[in-house]
Design a protein around this ligand. Sequence first.
Ligand code: PNS
Length: 158
Amino acid sequence: MCPGSFDPITFGHLDIIERASSLFDEVVVAVLVNKTKKSLFTVGERISMIREVTTKYPNVVVDSWSGLLVDYCKKNSIPIIVKGLRAVTDFDYELQMSQINLQLQGVETLFMSTAPAHSFLSSSLVKEVASYGGDVSSYVPSVLLERLQQRLDLQQNS
Ligand code: PNS
């Protein structure tokens, strides 16, 4: 299980998905719905974007879920959550989540260190840079760049 908000998916996410897909028979990439977070793209749009950029990994499936992550894992007999750790700043919260997920449903979390090239990357920063006209082509797959810019323009003009 590779969970996240993916609003939008970045090369940082893709790096983790690609590496997880080479380690496991099947990888579920799940868009988690966070009711408290305002998103730029709908869940359906995020799923489509992830599917488009993961077609080369035949063992990757994409889905969404609006409850507890571990309930999805239990329901679908998924024993392992794979998360990328960018820096020590990620560690405290990720550790807490992994501990509670283990206690709630016995689901393990494996942490992968992100590739150094992506250690500063987050969807929030990508949106901020792009909203000011900055070049994010090194951070987001090229097929998604136009959609990102269009959505940010729409948001700024509303
Ligand atoms: O991409 P993000 O926003 O950093 O991903 C965080 C996410 C969605 C993986 C995390 O918030 C999560 O697992 N949410 C689902 C709800 C849940 O299970 N919460 C309890 C985790 S302790």
